[in-house]
Design a protein around this ligand. Structure first.
Ligand SMILES: [Zn+2]
Length: 169
């Protein structure tokens, strides 16, 4: 019988030796900490706001990773810092401006009828910024926000990153 995954250490590698998703994040964070890479890895982060509905929180720098003991087992802990792209060379931190106010979410949800505006899917939806922040897009008006499903959003801009997005539930 298999062990309860909640009671064993989170693995760095799979049984056949390839990195797990946690392992990839861990190695990426360590390589930044040890100055093997100049820039921290950028990760797209989504936050669960309701069952099946995800809200894009923005890009975060993966600045550190640790293995901590919860008393029962070792788990990975990742440290993320919000970033916003201005250009590839310059970054500024705008920790609050990317949050979409609840009133805007309600308005967008009603306007887009609770469906992905591209394919009409009603699964894994989240609020997406139509205009990137780097081009002056604001989350304060419904005009710049739309509903996309995860698939359509990732096909839009998933190429920038080598690491998968993080979903905070
Ligand atoms: Zn879609």
């Amino acid at each position: 019988m298999g062990q309860n995954p909640k009671e064993v250490d989170q693995p760095l590698t799979t049984p056949n030796g390839t990195l797990t998703e946690n392992g990839k994040f861990f190695i990426a964070a360590q390589s930044y900490k040890m100055s093997l890479v100049k820039e921290p890895h950028k990760i797209k982060v989504y936050e669960k706001i309701k069952e099946g509905i995800w809200c894009y929180k923005g890009f975060f720098n993966l600045v550190d990773a640790k293995i901590v003991n919860t008393g029962k087992r070792n788990v990975f802990k990742f440290y993320l810092k919000p970033v916003e792209f201005i250009s590839k060379k310059k970054e500024v931190e705008l920790p609050h401006s990317r949050l979409i106010p609840a009133s805007v979410k309600v308005e967008v949800w009603a306007r887009d009828k609770g469906k992905c505006v591209k394919c009409g899917s009603t699964e894994n939806l989240h609020f997406d910024h139509d205009l990137p922040f780097s081009k002056g897009g604001t989350s304060l008006t419904a005009a710049n926000v739309r509903i996309l499903c995860m698939k359509c959003n990732l096909s839009k801009s998933g190429k920038i990153l080598s690491l998968p997005p993080i979903f905070l539930s």
